[in-house]
Design a protein around this ligand. Structure first.
Ligand SMILES: NC(=O)c1ccc[n+]([C@@H]2O[C@H](COP(=O)([O-])OP(=O)(O)OC[C@H]3O[C@@H](n4cnc5c(N)ncnc54)[C@H](O)[C@@H]3O)[C@@H](O)[C@H]2O)c1
Length: 278
């Protein structure tokens, strides 16, 4: 299938390279000319085990293109992934200006049906905002009848194991609309992700808001575990206990498990504020 990835940063580059490795024809867009020049010169701006080889192999096979050409990126594919950054604003909430700018570009250039996939981590309701800016741009061009559907497909990869996480996901979360365009989008995404579901179904299909919420719920559960372990580590110091022995003692309970049970820095921003922005 043909796929466009908007934003060739950590998530976008790994997503684009891995989808090309699966045989798709992938166009990776970025506004950062230096990054695109580096990628076109054979360089890779981040280090991830296996990524450089995948990029080299798929560029050589003609399945992976890097460009700053917005019109060409929209033209390239029916499936448009948005994988741009969502940095925290002054109050800690996610800044959506890059996501909405990417959506606006799609609306400005599209001439046929598009599946617009939010892969960036975004607050609940962002899918509606993405749909609204595309609608605005289509209206400005007098093309209100052009169809599109916004899908939420949050990313769960970990830096340092990004290729492995993408190629062997625990789960794929797909939030789609219930109307005809949403059902068409879901069928398209099912086809794109079919290689991951050969052994058993790993995709959880849901509505867009539930998918957006799932990503924040997962992040906050992980942050909660780290924060809780930090509190326990402070208490352990006070009472003369060894937190590492306590970690082993509680992690052995399968209801608790060992993962994400190390004391360390967690989010300083109340998760509810990050989730609830407009
Ligand atoms: N890095 C991770 O481990 C990770 C994991 C899961 C989810 N996420 C989420 O994925 C999203 C992307 O994160 P990242 O780490 O890949 O960010 P990043 O900063 O590495 O990359 C974002 C890229 O988008 C480009 N960009 C910005 N606006 C653009 C536009 N209008 N058109 C084209 N390109 C544009 C930037 O130049 C940059 O190269 C964020 O929402 C993040 O929270 C990140």
């Amino acid at each position: 299938m043909k796929v466009t990835i908007i934003g060739s940063g950590y998530v976008g580059l790994v997503t684009g390279a891995c989808l090309a490795e699966l045989g798709n024809d992938v166009f990776c867009l970025d506004v950062d000319e230096k990054k695109i020049a580096l990628l076109n010169a054979g360089g890779v701006p981040i280090y991830e085990p296996g990524l450089q080889e995948i990029i080299q192999r798929n560029r050589a096979a003609g399945r992976l293109t890097f460009s700053t050409d917005v019109a060409a990126s929209v033209e390239h594919a029916d499936v448009q992934f948005i994988a741009v950054g969502t940095p925290p604003d002054e109050d800690g909430s996610a800044d959506l200006k890059y996501v909405l700018a990417a959506a606006r570009n799609i609306g400005r250039h599209m001439t046929g049906f598009k599946v617009v996939v939010d892969k960036s981590t975004v607050p609940v309701g962002t899918g509606d905002r993405v749909a609204a800016v595309i609608r605005e741009e289509l209206a400005a061009r007098g093309l209100e009848d052009l169809q599109y559907s916004v899908v939420s497909n949050p990313e769960f990869l970990k830096e340092g194991a990004a290729v492995e996480d993408f190629m062997r996901p625990d789960r794929i979360v797909l939030g789609c609309g219930a109307d005809a365009a949403g059902r068409h989008a879901q069928a398209t995404m099912r086809q794109l992700y079919a290689p991951f579901n050969r052994n058993h179904e790993r995709t959880f299909y849901m509505d867009v808001r539930s998918a957006e919420f799932t990503k924040y719920a997962a992040n906050s559960m992980l942050a909660t575990r780290i924060s809780f372990m930090n509190e326990l580590a402070n208490l352990a110091d006070e009472v003369g206990a060894d937190i590492e022995l306590v970690r082993l003692g509680i992690g052995s309970d399968p209801r608790i498990g060992y993962s994400f049970l190390y004391a360390g820095a967690a989010t300083a921003v109340p998760v509810s504020r990050r989730m609830c922005r407009r």
